[in-house]
Design a protein around this ligand. Structure first.
Ligand code: CP
Ligand code: NVA
Length: 334
């Protein structure tokens, strides 16, 4: 029997603060139930006749495929729309596109540059809109991360997540808030130049305090990761920031996750995992890593038993499905 909160019906996800702490954790819980249901071989009809538009301005492997299969698994459909395919933002404003697609589809998942575009889609479409990554936030990723931690450690209690790398990117912003809302301690290890935005940091600090934990920022990674149970990183150069490649690599090389940093947690014999939202640069032999030197995690860590990155990427599908189901499915009919 699947259970979830009625309050999630019809709701959009702009950033994790769109949901209460309890609602966010309820979604993670529902994703776990849907995962078990799929593993048991059930392909249901929770999204029967529900159609979802996927508007993508940036590339994607996980978010795109997770959305398509999440909808299809439960009897719904998803249509992948890129900027060159539709008039979006060129011949037709975001506001008009929102009003058109809102009449055709039951929900819209957006991946793109400006957070404002996602918010405009939600404001004018009249259907739930989910943020599948903007320059500022990546909330659906963090639902999958929390599910992975919960499954691996058997819960989210007494856990410290240390994020090491670009401390102000979309994943870092959302991870900080997701941990705060889940009552997980969060440490950000990043150079001064990439410190999280003051307002976002302060907001997460308040939420964390409410849940009995804290959010801290260190520029020395070896100090910051001490006692951590999860080491998390992301690419050093996010989509849309390619012009900053050289300066980022120089700045972030000391923040690479390698076995020495894993050992610096003091937890290699206990509760410790490595997470990465993917895609990752981990193999020093690829053409790109050879020429740029961009390598945020070594192969030794990426391929080690500590690494749960493929569980994490699978969980993108189950968590996105939970979002679709909780927003679109009539719970009384389940
Ligand atoms: N982690 C993530 O969002 O991956 P994609 O860019 O492949 O969707
Ligand atoms: N920070 C990365 C995340 C990719 C999933 C980017 O925006 O490119």
């Amino acid at each position: 029997m699947l259970t979830w909160m009625d309050s999630l019906k019809g709701r959009s996800l702009m950033r994790l603060t769109s949901f209460s702490d309890a609602e966010m954790l309820d979604l993670v819980n529902l994703a776990g139930q849907l995962k078990a249901r799929r593993r048991a071989g059930v392909r249901g009809n929770l999204l029967h006749r529900k159609n979802i538009a996927l508007i993508f301005e940036k590339s994607s492997t996980r978010t795109r495929n997770s959305s398509i299969i999440a909808a299809r698994d439960e009897g719904g459909g998803a249509e992948y729309l890129t900027r060159p395919d539709i008039h979006f933002g060129k011949k037709e404003s975001v506001k008009d596109t929102a009003r058109v697609l809102g009449r055709i589809y039951d929900g819209i998942l957006f991946r793109g540059f400006a957070q404002k575009t996602c918010e405009e889609l939600a404001e004018y479409s009249g259907v739930p809109v989910w943020n599948g990554l903007t320059d500022d936030y990546h909330p659906t990723q963090i639902l999958a991360d929390l599910l992975t931690i919960k499954e691996t450690f058997g819960g989210l209690e007494n856990c410290t997540v240390a994020y090491v790398g670009d401390g102000r990117n979309n994943v870092a912003n959302s991870l900080m808030m997701g941990c705060a809302k889940a009552g997980v301690r969060y440490v950000c290890c990043t150079p001064k130049e990439l410190w999280p935005d003051e307002a976002i940091l302060a907001e997460a600090g308040e939420v964390a305090a409410r849940n009995g934990v804290d959010v801290r920022v260190f520029d020395d990674p070896a100090k910051g990761v001490k006692g951590a149970n999860v080491l998390y990183t992301d690419v050093w150069v996010s989509m849309g920031e390619e012009s900053k490649t050289a300066e980022r690599i120089k700045m972030l090389r000391p923040y690479q996750i390698n076995m020495d940093l894993m050992r610096a947690t003091g937890n290699t014999g206990g509760r410790l995992m490595f997470l990465h939202c993917l895609p990752a640069f981990h193999d020093s032999n690829t053409e790109f890593t050879k020429t740029t030197g961009a390598l945020e995690v070594t192969d030794e860590v990426f391929e080690s038993p500590y690494s749960k990155v493929f569980d994490e990427s699978e969980n993108r599908m189950h968590t996105i499905k939970a979002l679709f189901v909780s927003a679109l499915c009539d719970r009384s009919k389940v």
